[in-house]
Design a protein around this ligand. Structure first.
Ligand code: DQA
Length: 142
């Protein structure tokens, strides 16, 4: 049984009310419940967290390395410009752990600034555009 860290970046705590036409109507608490149940059905456990802080996300990635936990990461807007988060994500994958980058929407079908991810090059894989099912696909991949 693997314990999977599912990390969410800025504004994802507002799921449900934030641009529901893009991110859907499920709120963050419902997402947490669904992912915990889904991981359990697959014989794993999911520790689902959200923060608006870059420093907090980085320290959770360090924790993943130290505790040898695979990671599902929705870096939200940090995806597009945080080299500090990319360096922390590289620590995870270079230590032999899986880190799957996920997005609820398909950033490539949106504004130009969302087309670039500084995380993808250091991720084990990327899943985007399947709504909140993107997280479940990532858990399955792990
Ligand atoms: C997102 C896409 C990002 O461009 C955006 O900044 C988010 C959410 C997604 O899940 O589709 O906050 O990562």
């Amino acid at each position: 049984m693997a314990s999977i860290l599912v990390l969410n970046g800025p504004n994802l705590g507002r799921l449900g009310s934030r641009e529901p036409e893009i991110y859907g109507s499920m709120n963050y608490e419902q997402l947490v419940g669904e992912l915990e149940a889904f991981a359990k059905e697959h014989g794993h456990s999911a520790d689902v967290r959200q923060t608006d802080s870059e420093a907090q996300l980085i320290s959770w990635l360090h924790e993943a390395v130290d505790a040898r936990m695979p990671v599902v990461l929705n870096p939200a807007a940090f995806t597009h410009y945080s080299y500090a988060l990319a360096d922390a994500a590289a620590l995870v994958t270079k230590s032999g752990l899986k880190l799957i980058e996920v997005h609820i929407s398909n950033p490539h079908a949106r504004e130009e600034f969302r087309h670039k991810s500084v995380i993808s090059a250091v991720a084990s894989g990327v899943i985007a555009g399947f709504g909140t099912d993107s997280y479940k696909l990532a858990i399955q991949a792990i």
